[in-house]
Design a protein around this ligand. Structure first.
Ligand SMILES: Cc1cc2nc3c(=O)[nH]c(=O)nc-3n(C[C@H](O)[C@H](O)[C@H](O)COP(=O)(O)OP(=O)(O)OC[C@H]3O[C@@H](n4cnc5c(N)ncnc54)[C@H](O)[C@@H]3O)c2cc1C
Length: 389
C-alpha cells in the first residue's frame, strides 16, 4: 500500500487547492450569494476575492502569468465556488470557455496578446449561440466578410454569459457559406471594438448574479490576425472546446448539489418534530443517503472526465458529455430533495436550498442541453469508443 493510490485519490496538491478555495468561498463568496440572487446583480465582491486569489481564471498557463491549474484543479475550483454561489462559479467557468478556443487553436502572437490580460482579471466570453441557432449551432447566421487586411462581422449572438462584463469574446461566424463543414471561423472580438453592443440582461430563473445578454455585432471591423486558427476551422474548435468545458459544467453541478446536501444535513439535525430530531426518521435518512450517493457518483465521473481533459484522451467527448449530463441531472434531483428535507422552509428564500434548486436547472441546459449530451454520448458508444482507464 502506498500513501497515494494513484487513480482514485486526489494528490496532496489537489486537496490543498480544495481547502484554499473552500476557505476563501466560505469567507468571501458565500456571504454575497443570496444578495446577488435577490438583486440579480453581478457579485463584484465575490469576483474581487476570486481575482485576488487567482481563482478567476485558474486554467491560464503560468507562461502567460496565470495560475497554471491543470484540468482537475480547475474543476475543483469551479466545484467549490459553485458550492457557495453558482453565479460566481460562472467566472472561472466562462473564462475557461471563452479563452479555450484561443489556447487550443490560436497563434502564439494572439495568445501572448490576450492571455496575460485574462490572467490579470479581464474576462473572456464565448459567443456561439444565436436566436435561431441553439442546439443546431452550426446553423448560425453571423457572418464575417474579408475586406483587405480586416474582417467585418455582423450578426446577433444570444444568451452570452458575462457579456458586457468580459473585455474579450470568442465569436464564431460564417466566413464562407459554401464551404460545408468549413463554413465557420473563430475570432477574438473586444468589448471596445466599434460596432459591439449588448442587450438588456435576461430575466432568469436562476444564476441571477451571472449576467446573460445578447451581443450585437454591427459591421465590427477587426484586424485579420484576430482570427483564431485557420479559416474554416471555427466549428471544429468550438466543439473541441465544449468537450473540455462540459467537464467544468459537471463540476459546477456537483458543487451546487454538494452545497444543498451540506445544508440539508445540518438542518435535519436541528429541526425537531414528534419530539425528536427529524434526522432520526428513516424515511429522511434514505433520502439523504440517496443524495449522498448521487453526489459522489457525479463527482467521481467528473474527476475521471477531468483527467481525460488534461491528457486529451480519445474518449474525452464521451466523458465530457456523460459527466455534464449525469452531474446536472444529479444536481437537479439533489437540490429538489434538499428542498423536500427542509419542508415548507425549504420552499422560501429565507433558506439557500430554494436558490440552489433554481440555479441547478441551468446546468441541464447550457453548453448543450442534456438531450444533446445524450445524442453525443450515444454517438460515441455506437462508434465503438471505449473507456480508457
Ligand atoms: C443562462 C444561459 C447562459 C448561456 N450562456 C451561453 C454562452 O455563454 N455562450 C453561448 O454560446 N451560449 C450560451 N447559452 C446558450 C445555450 O447553450 C443554449 O440555450 C442551448 O444550447 C440550447 O439552445 P436553445 O436555447 O436554442 O434551445 P433549442 O435548441 O431550441 O432546444 C429546445 C428543446 O429542444 C431539444 N432539442 C433540440 N434539438 C434536439 C434534438 N436533435 N434531439 C432531441 N432534442 C432536441 C432541446 O434539448 C430542448 O429541450 C446560454 C443559455 C442560457 C439559458
Amino acid at each position: 500500500m502506498t500513501d497515494e493510490y494513484p487513480i482514485f485519490a486526489l494528490s496532496e496538491e489537489h486537496r490543498a487547492v480544495r481547502a484554499a478555495v473552500r476557505a476563501l468561498c466560505d469567507d468571501k463568496v458565500a456571504p454575497y450569494a443570496a444578495e446577488a440572487d435577490r438583486l440579480a446583480e453581478f457579485p463584484q465582491a465575490s469576483f474581487d476575492a476570486l481575482r485576488a486569489a487567482d481563482f478567476h481564471a485558474p486554467h491560464v498557463p503560468e507562461e502567460y502569468g496565470g495560475a497554471g491549474a491543470d484540468a482537475l484543479a480547475t474543476v475543483i475550483v469551479i466545484e467549490e465556488v459553485a458550492r457557495a454561489c453558482a453565479s460566481s462559479s460562472l467566472v472561472p467557468a466562462v473564462n475557461k470557455l471563452g479563452s479555450l478556443p484561443l489556447i487550443l487553436a490560436g497563434s502564439a502572437d494572439l495568445k501572448q496578446r490576450y492571455l496575460p490580460r485574462l490572467a490579470a482579471g479581464e474576462g473572456f466570453s464565448y459567443c456561439l449561440s444565436e436566436p435561431e441557432a441553439g442546439s443546431d449551432a452550426a446553423a448560425m447566421r453571423t457572418k464575417a466578410t474579408r475586406d483587405g487586411d480586416a474582417w467585418v462581422l455582423t450578426g446577433v449572438k444570444r444568451w452570452i454569459t458575462n457579456a458586457g462584463v468580459s473585455e474579450f469574446n470568442t465569436v464564431f461566424a460564417v466566413t464562407d457559406p459554401a464551404a460545408g463543414g468549413q463554413r465557420i471561423s473563430a475570432f477574438v472580438v473586444e468589448k471596445a471594438d466599434e460596432g459591439v453592443s449588448f442587450g438588456a440582461p435576461e430575466k432568469k430563473l436562476g444564476i441571477k448574479g451571472s449576467p446573460t445578454r445578447e451581443v450585437y455585432l454591427d459591421e465590427v471591423r477587426i484586424p485579420a490576425d484576430r482570427m483564431i486558427g485557420d479559416e474554416g476551422t471555427g466549428f471544429a474548435t468550438a466543439m473541441r472546446t465544449l468537450d473540455h468545458t462540459r467537464v467544468t459544467i459537471a463540476a459546477q453541478a456537483v458543487g451546487i448539489a454538494q452545497g444543498a446536501l451540506d445544508y440539508a444535513l445540518g438542518y435535519v439535525q436541528e429541526r425537531q418534530q414528534f419530539g425528536r430530531s427529524i434526522a432520526e426518521f428513516q424515511g429522511l435518512q434514505f433520502l439523504l443517503a440517496d443524495m449522498g450517493m448521487r453526489v459522489e457518483a457525479a463527482r467521481q465521473l467528473t474527476y475521471a472526465a477531468a483527467g481525460r481533459s488534461e491528457r486529451g484522451d480519445e474518449d474525452l467527448t464521451f466523458f465530457g458529455a456523460a459527466a455534464k449530463c449525469f452531474a446536472s441531472d444529479v444536481a437537479m434531483q439533489v437540490t429538489t430533495d434538499a428542498v423536500q428535507a427542509l419542508g415548507g422552509y425549504g420552499y422560501t428564500s429565507d433558506y439557500p436550498v430554494e436558490r440552489m434548486m433554481r440555479d441547478a436547472k441551468i446546468t441541464q441546459i447550457y453548453e448543450g442541453t442534456n438531450q444533446v449530451q445524450r445524442i453525443v454520448a450515444a454517438k460515441q458508444l455506437l462508434a465503438g469508443v471505449q473507456s480508457q482507464l
